[in-house]
Design a protein around this ligand. Structure first.
Ligand code: ADP
Ligand code: MG
Length: 393
């Protein structure tokens, strides 16, 4: 069964002085599939290698199940941590055939010989490689090698599986199939998983819980739906996918953290309703970050359209079309889905769902809070019936 994993104030400072992990604390409940998401250099690999015992943490503790594996002067080697790992570069033994690569992992369970080969073969069957057990790694494609690595990790039957960007060297089609296999095989095994990636779509698709890393700090940890609906910072919002950003002035505040804003550079009557996020309380200006899912194309003259612009790009996506729309202030909003194809150059309107429009204060804007280049006295535009606004969604 899956182990409970607890990291407390885990910190790693490399010899050169770079602080790769900065007091990261996480409690991972047994059987949870945790995905750590962050850009290159945010500390993902360092965190995974510290949990695995390949890297020695500078301070903080790591507990796996009942066992503290890292802490003050304590550092258990990888083989005493009851875990298995899948690496980006597969890391198979080149001199062993696929089946023996998998069978080797059974040594930690003291299973050897014929029994080990049987178990290895049946695990290779499960990852769809039953027929390739006698091949050496250099006789296998990247996807096949990664399947062998996955089989090796799962056959060990550990309570914790660690994956370091295992799909990043595979092509798109294979990546999606492997993602499904990893998700179902790891969950079937009941193991706790820590899986790291820089790919937001992969993180959202796999995770029970997503942790976002920025410069070695864990800045948000929550189910993917919550990260998407309530990003805690501009960094998290950007890293998890935006249609675009608008500089705005705050026109009025409503209860429940909802505000009405006026985007800069658009007709003065333009008003949008949005969610106030951390750091935007009391500010009169900020940045509106809009999820693509919150934008809906309507006709240019449609009164439901709150923003006006021109279609600047259309991409066929199989189940429909993604549009980019350039507003009159030059800002481009992209990823706007519609079942029907719009034409480049067409004038359109956009309806903005307040739930996917997030207002953040930002230091650059708040510095000269007083200069608001809008005529806020155009009272008629400010009077928006919010109840009506919400019920039409
Ligand atoms: P990620 O996996 O998110 O790309 P890493 O954990 O590999 O990030 O790296 C985090 C930071 O630590 C980076 O700034 C990186 O340059 C630094 N770093 C990683 N490994 C070492 C090392 N062996 N020595 C010094 N600095 C390192
Ligand atoms: Mg890495």
């Amino acid at each position: 069964m899956g182990e409970r994993v607890v990291l407390e104030r885990l910190t790693k400072i490399y010899a050169g002085g770079s602080r790769a992990l900065d007091e990261v604390s996480i409690v991972i409940e047994p059987g949870t599939f945790l995905v750590l998401l962050g850009p290159s250099g945010s500390g993902k690999t360092t965190l995974l290698r510290s949990v695995a015992g390949i890297e020695r943490a500078t301070s903080g503790t790591i507990t796996i199940g009942e066992l503290m594996v890292a802490g003050d002067h304590l550092h258990l080697p990888p083989e005493r941590r009851d875990l298995s790992m899948v690496f980006q570069d597969y890391a198979l033994w080149p001199h062993l055939v696929a089946r023996d690569n998998v069978a080797f992992a059974l040594r930690r369970r003291n299973i050897r010989g014929e029994r080990a080969r049987e178990l290895a073969s049946s695990m290779l069957e499960r990852v769809g490689l039953g027929h390739l057990g006698e091949r050496y790694p250099n006789e296998l494609s990247g996807g096949e090698q990664q399947r062998v690595a996955l089989a090796r990790a799962l056959v060990a039957d550990t309570g914790l599986v660690l994956c370091d960007e295992p799909l990043s060297n595979l092509d798109a089609d294979l990546r999606e199939r492997m993602r499904l296999e990893i998700a179902s095989l790891v969950r079937e095994a009941g193991a706790t998983a820590i899986y790291i990636t820089h790919d937001q779509a992969e993180a959202f698709a796999l995770a029970d819980v997503v942790g976002v890393l920025e410069h070695g700090q864990l800045v948000q940890i929550a189910p993917p739906e919550q990260i998407y609906s309530s990003p805690v910072s501009p960094f998290v919002a950007r890293f998890t996918g935006l249609a675009g950003e608008l500089a705005v002035a705050v026109v009025s505040d409503h209860s429940d953290g909802v505000a009405t804003v006026a985007p800069e550079g658009l007709p003065s009557a333009t008003r949008l309703i949005c969610q106030r996020r951390r750091g935007s309380a009391g500010l009169r200006r900020g940045t509106l970050m809009i999820r693509a899912a919150a934008l809906h194309l309507v006709g240019a003259e449609d009164p439901m359209g709150q923003l006006q612009g021109q279609i600047s790009d259309v991409a066929f996506r199989g189940r429909g079309y993604e549009h980019a729309v350039t507003l009159v202030n030059g800002v481009q909003l992209s990823g706007i889905f519609s079942a029907t194809r719009g034409r480049r150059g067409d004038r359109v309107g956009l309806r903005v769902d307040p739930n996917g429009a997030h207002l953040f204060g930002d230091a650059a804007n708040s510095a000269n809070d007083e200069e608001i280049p809008f005529d806020l006295s155009t009272g008629d535009a400010i009077e928006i019936d919010i109840s009506k606004e919400f019920t039409t969604l």
